[in-house]
Ligand binder design. Structure first.
Ligand SMILES: [Zn+2]
Length: 328
């Protein structure tokens, strides 16, 4: 038996395995008058497919009765099985406009995203051999997101899930087009990767994304902070009861990291050098290095936008340094 939690009468929280340390992505299945709706699909690999088959059996769901699939964002652990699920169910697959564009850019047939990521790594001081590994590792992801679904842009401000009306709330940061769903009477927030319980959501700068994802993320946290919420249903880890406390902890984490990176930049350091210092206690795989660099860049660019750092270039390599003119 799978550990499927019933959150409310018509809401099921489904743990779908992922081959990453976070172990599961939680997808949410909603019972409707005429069938089912689904939020997020999982990462395409055999364990996840097997799990979905078990889910359908355990809950007596005929996949053909799944009418709508909503993707909170385009990342592979949420998006990867959407095409497989669409073939099985015939459902429409909805995603925000921004992540519709990113999905095409990153997962589309002629995607050059992996080589763009490799190029950004090299520009930011990553040694050639590591940049090549990062690029290779990223290319391998494409088989976990195919077949690609035929996507429909989610234009609605409200959607029906479990027979109730949920507000669609854009929360850019973790991805440009990330959306949350909020149900005001039940005071539930479907938070995807915007707010997580134990780990802090990864906020990264990627080729083609908005220029200041950490700034976007802080504003998106404020949006959620204003809502009256009883329970948060995230896409990884445990459900969250004390959302405001968790938001404060996450803000504090980023403030500490901003301070740390600011100190490390001094009179000129590359993002690679700074990331090496910040993550020195960990032995990183190329996959983790990709996130370490992209997350470091998001923080450094935020500091540039706050006039605390300035960005320069030496022999084609970008470095960040203290803005000494500020306050002088
Ligand atoms: Zn995720």
């Amino acid at each position: 038996m799978l550990n499927i939690e019933q959150i409310e009468e018509k809401i099921y929280r489904i743990p779908i395995p992922v081959p990453f340390p976070m172990k599961y992505v939680y997808c949410y299945l909603f019972q409707e008058a005429d069938g089912w709706s689904l939020v997020d699909a999982g990462f395409h690999y055999p364990d996840a497919v097997d799990t979905w088959k078990q889910v359908f059996k355990q809950l007596s769901v005929n996949p053909k009765n799944i009418r709508s699939i909503y993707l909170t964002h385009f990342h592979p652990d949420h998006f990867g099985l959407a095409g497989w699920m669409q073939e099985l169910t015939g459902a429409k697959v909805f995603i925000s406009k921004e992540d519709y564009v990113m999905a095409e850019r990153v997962w589309g047939q002629n995607s050059r995203q992996a080589s763009r990521v490799g190029a950004i790594c090299r520009q930011n001081g990553v040694p050639d051999s590591l940049a090549a590994q990062i690029e290779e590792n990223m290319k391998k992801l494409s088989k976990h997101v195919t077949p690609l679904p035929s996507l429909t842009v989610l234009e609605e401000k409200e959607v029906t899930l479990g027979g109730k009306t949920w507000r669609v709330i854009p929360v850019p940061g973790h991805s440009d087009g990330l959306v949350n769903f909020y149900q005001p009477e039940q005071r539930l927030l479907l938070a995807a990767d915007h707010v997580l319980d134990k780990i802090t959501p990864n906020i990264s700068l990627w080729p083609g994304c908005r220029p200041n994802p950490l700034k976007d993320y802080f504003s998106s946290l404020n949006k959620i902070d204003e809502l009256d919420i009883k329970l948060v249903l995230p896409a990884h880890g445990a459900v969250i009861h004390q959302i405001q406390e968790r938001i404060s902890e996450i803000r504090l984490h980023h403030e500490k990291r901003l301070n740390q990176m600011f100190s490390l930049a001094k009179d000129g350091q590359t993002a690679y050098k700074i990331a090496s210092e910040v993550f020195q206690h960990k032995k990183l795989s190329p996959h983790q290095w990709r996130f370490a660099i992209a997350e470091t860049l998001a923080h450094l660019e935020y500091l540039v936008s706050m006039n605390q750092l300035i960005k320069g270039e030496r022999n084609g390599i970008i470095f960040y340094k203290h803005n000494v003119e500020k306050g002088a």
